[in-house]
Design a protein around this ligand. Structure first.
Ligand SMILES: O=C(O)COP(=O)(O)O
Ligand SMILES: [Mg+2]
Length: 229
C-alpha cells in the first residue's frame, strides 16, 4: 500500500462481480453443462443455473450434481472441480460482458473521489483473468476473491478486507451486489448495501431488504447519495 493511500483514507464502493458488474451467466452455464455431461449427467437449464450462482464455482458444481440427484464428497468432486476451473478459465469471457453503464459509472465514482473495490466469491484464479479480459482491472484499488480471506461472503471479512486493501475507510463505504450473500455480508460489515435487480438470485432482491434497489448503473450515484450519511 502506498503512503499516499494510507494517509488519504476515503470511502470505498465495493462491488460484487457475477450478476452485478458482469453478465457471467452464459459462460458459467456452458462450463457447468460441459462438465456435467462429460460425467454422464444431465445438463441444467439456464434459468435453474441462475439460482445457483453467487457462492463460487465449487458450490455451483455441487448444486449441479445435486440437481442430478448425485451425492458428492470433497474427494469425489476434486477432479471434476479441476476440470471446471480449467474449462471456465479457457472460456471466461466468451460471452461475459460488463452490464450497461458499468464503465462510465466507475469512472464517475472515481472522479468523485471514491475508492473502488471488487469483493466476489469467485476464486482469485478466475476473478483476475476475467477482470483483465474485460479491461476492468484498472478501475479498482483492491480485488478480493472468495479465497482471499479465511471465509467468503456472507462473512464480513472479505468486505472489510476490500476496504482495508483499498486504503479506504469504512465510514461512507457502500456494498453493491445482486444476492443475499452481498446483503448479509454488508450487514455483517456494518455498511449500507445497494442491490441491482438484474443479477442472479433465487429470491427477488427487493424481498431481501437492501437499502436501495437499482435497475441500471445510471441510477447508482443517486442511490449512493441516498444511503451515505
Ligand atoms: O458464484 C460465483 O462464481 C461468484 O459470485 P459473486 O461474484 O456474485 O460473488
Ligand atoms: Mg453476485
Amino acid at each position: 500500500m502506498s503512503s499516499e493511500k494510507s494517509t488519504d483514507r476515503r470511502p470505498v464502493i465495493i462491488f460484487d462481480l457475477d450478476g452485478t458488474l458482469v453478465s457471467s451467466m452464459d459462460d458459467l452455464v456452458v462450463t457447468l453443462n460441459v462438465i456435467l455431461t462429460e460425467e454422464g449427467h444431465q445438463a441444467i437449464p439456464p434459468e435453474s443455473v441462475q439460482t445457483m450462482i453467487g457462492h463460487g464455482a465449487k458450490v455451483l458444481l455441487q448444486r449441479g450434481l445435486e440437481a442430478n440427484g448425485v451425492a458428492w464428497t470433497e474427494d469425489s468432486i476434486a477432479p471434476m472441480y479441476g476440470n471446471f476451473l480449467a474449462h471456465y478459465e479457457a472460456h471466461i469471457a466468451d460471452h461475459t460482458r460488463p452490464f450497461p453503464g458499468v464503465v462510465a459509472c466507475l469512472e464517475r465514482l472515481k472522479a468523485r473521489g471514491f475508492r473502488l473495490a471488487v469483493c466476489t466469491n469467485k476464486v482469485e484464479r478466475l476473478t483476475m483473468p476475467l477482470l483483465a479480459a474485460l479491461d476492468l482491472t484498472r478501475h479498482f484499488d483492491a480485488i478480493v476473491g472468495g479465497d482471499s480471506f479465511d471465509k467468503p461472503k456472507p462473512d464480513a471479512a472479505p468486505v472489510l478486507g476490500a476496504i482495508e486493501r483499498s486504503g479506504g475507510t469504512k465510514a461512507g463505504s457502500v456494498m453493491v451486489g445482486d444476492s443475499v450473500t452481498d446483503i448479509d455480508a454488508a450487514r455483517a460489515a456494518g455498511i449500507p448495501v445497494v442491490a441491482v435487480d438484474f443479477g442472479y438470485t433465487p429470491v427477488p432482491v427487493n424481498e431481501l431488504n437492501p437499502d436501495r434497489v437499482i435497475s441500471h448503473f445510471d441510477a447508482l450515484e443517486a442511490a449512493l447519495d441516498a444511503v451515505i450519511d
